[in-house]
Design a protein around this ligand. Sequence first.
Ligand code: GDP
Length: 195
Amino acid sequence: MKVTSAEFRISAVGPGQYPEDGLPEIALAGRSNVGKSSLINRMINRKNLARTSSTPGKTQHMNYYLINEKLYLVDFPGYGYAKVSKTQRAAWGRMVEKYLSERETLKLVLLVVDLRHPPSADDKMMFDWLRHYSIPFCVVATKADKIPKTRWPKHIKIMKEALGVLPGDRFLSFSSELGLGKEELWTLIQEAALS
Ligand code: GDP
């Protein structure tokens, strides 16, 4: 897809701040530092629109980016910060679960994982939520450039088995560094946005 415009809209701290224009939303979930911001920047050909390495304090912000004035990429707060308190973690869980279960404009969730490593317990929990709420999703295994291509099949197999990915589920290897997987991902996003 040709991106003609991409702009940061809002860092929402709750449903009261989510946009009300009814445009389709494609959300990105993943642990902190997994590479969500880099993925967004690569998808929209910008170096710095999505902030890389966001701060642990901002556990409750949903960042909305408006693309071509027709869909939103929504960056979920990253999970898995060691220093987050139980209370913050619980608040994060409530917000994300509420969004997943109630947001009518949500069309697709990209679960961003690191192809190099088996999924974390939080990745697995997120995956299980997506199943539970029957939300269309695609597992996006990023940082693929960090391992030789000959080893991808092994890593993909481990990732799929540990998460519980079934035949027919969507799964994509990706690299923000190289732009690998970008066109396939746009195709998926556009299909989902139109659904
Ligand atoms: P976020 O916290 O999920 O938004 O993660 P960032 O996008 O800030 O990425 C964390 C670190 O991983 C940064 O140093 C990025 O440059 C690096 N990174 C992210 N994606 C890739 C990738 O596909 N390949 C490589 N080699 N590095 C990446």
